[in-house]
Design a protein. Structure first.
Ligand SMILES: [Zn+2]
Length: 159
């Protein structure tokens, strides 16, 4: 038996320390939280993606009375970007959550399904997506979505 360790490195910034283009991305993720359709959870999530052409697209979580029919903000955003610009790789994705009248103190992290979609997007375009997770007490910056999903399953395993 051997033990193998998987290490994920997270850079923790204060908002003010972020590079200007990432502040803009975080600002957009925060801005759109007001547009979330979250009547059941009251957990309003916004996501903003920065594309290779420096355009930013954003979207929010879309809930449904039949809960599994809803969709997280991260996946709505990535599918929107990949549909609108199928040939433009994303460079970064920011996520923010507004609940109980304020943004969360600690960064919100994507669910497993969203991590899988982000990984697929990285592999599709052959890029790393910087992931910014906004919290009032700090912003996590991960260099790639893959680092959020160790021991992941991807298309290479289907060959
Ligand atoms: Zn999700």
């Amino acid at each position: 038996m051997e033990e193998r360790k998987i290490v994920t490195s997270v850079l923790v910034y204060s908002y003010d320390e972020l590079p200007e283009h990432y502040k803009l991305l975080v600002d957009e993720a925060k801005r759109v939280t007001k547009d979330a359709y979250a009547p059941y959870s009251k957990f309003q999530v916004g996501a903003a993606v920065l594309l290779e052409n420096d355009e930013i697209l954003s979207a929010t979580n879309q809930e449904n009375a039949a809960y599994p029919s809803g969709m997280c903000a991260e996946r709505v955003t990535m599918f929107y970007a990949n549909s609108k610009y199928p040939n433009l790789p994303p460079k970064a994705l920011a996520i923010a959550t507004f609940a109980d009248g304020d943004f969360l103190d600690e960064p919100i992290t994507p669910c497993g399904a969203c991590r899988q979609v982000l990984l697929e997007t990285e592999l599709r375009y052959g890029v790393n997506i910087n992931v910014l997770l906004y919290g009032k007490r700090g912003v996590y910056l991960l260099s790639s979505a893959k680092s959020l999903l160790p021991l992941s399953f991807d298309g290479s395993l289907l060959k």
